[in-house]
Design a protein around this ligand. Structure first.
Ligand SMILES: C[S@@+](CC[C@H](N)C(=O)[O-])C[C@H]1O[C@@H](n2cnc3c(N)ncnc32)[C@H](O)[C@@H]1O
Length: 237
């Protein structure tokens, strides 16, 4: 797809160059993501209910979707947030993409149950969004940056900034670094075998979101059954 050159770029900070101080960088390349999530897909909703539900609820609260808006969810997974996006936005535009067909199949089933026909769910890559510049009011992305290499964070955030309208809301949820000793169990699990966590490790995304020009940024921390998540909010410039 032909595109204008990026009007919004991100500055490369020192912390991005040297990597996350506490956690190893991503261990699972994009070429393995679909294979891993095809295996995880049948159990994902149970995992998400136990560990991610509180953060996902807060994400949707912060998104404050108004009916009639243009909403994009990147990495929809099994559609846990997407079905609620459809309920909040029956007459708006709803787009969902993911790299993994096995996750999308589950998302399509949930979306069909809402009765809405006002959506598209298809294969797509966060690194190269197949959408026009400034075409969305809201962009939601949950538990994806925590499996990307740190060196790619700002390129993907710049892509998110590209498709958001000025004033558009960005809401991101990630596994993050634990604040208490018991949260750190998950770091140990990741160090033993990253695939057990679907390749996700704790990240701290706020400095990158700031560096990419988002405004009114804020970060909240949630722990559910010891699993640490961050919810990041920002407004596109
Ligand atoms: C941990 S799951 C989270 C799913 C969903 N966002 C949720 O919160 O339930 C990670 C998802 O990110 C998707 N994913 C990973 N890299 C991606 C990329 N570059 N573009 C689009 N989706 C990606 C995977 O296929 C998987 O479905």
């Amino acid at each position: 797809m032909d595109r204008q050159p990026l009007s919004r770029t991100c500055t490369m900070g020192l912390e991005a160059a040297i990597g996350n101080r506490h956690m190893p960088d991503a261990q699972i390349g994009k070429d393995r993501v679909s294979d891993i999530y095809r295996k995880i897909a049948p159990a994902y909703d149970l995992w998400a209910w136990c560990t991610e539900r509180k953060a996902r609820d807060r994400c949707l609260e912060l998104a404050a979707i108004q009916d009639g808006e243009d909403v994009l969810e990147v990495a929809v997974g099994t559609g846990l947030a997407f079905e609620r996006i459809l309920q909040a936005n029956p007459s708006g535009r709803n787009e969902g993409i993911d790299l993994t067909e096995a996750m999308l199949i589950r998302a399509r089933k949930k979306a069909a149950k809402t009765g809405s026909t006002n959506y598209r769910l298809r294969i797509g890559d966060a690194y190269d969004l197949d959408f026009e510049e400034r075409s969305f009011d809201v962009l939601i992305n949950n538990y994806m940056f925590d499996l990307l290499p740190q060196r790619d964070f700002r390129a993907v955030l710049a892509e998110f900034a590209r498709v958001l309208r000025p004033g558009g809301r960005l809401i991101l949820v990630n596994m993050t670094e634990g604040e208490r000793w018991y949260n750190r169990i998950w770091e140990l699990v990741y160090r033993i075998n990253p695939a057990l966590l679907g390749g996700c490790r704790g990240v701290l995304l706020l400095p990158h979101v700031d560096a990419c020009g988002f405004r009114q940024t804020k970060r909240e921390y949630v722990s559910q059954w010891t699993f640490p998540s961050e919810i990041i909010f920002g407004v596109a410039a």
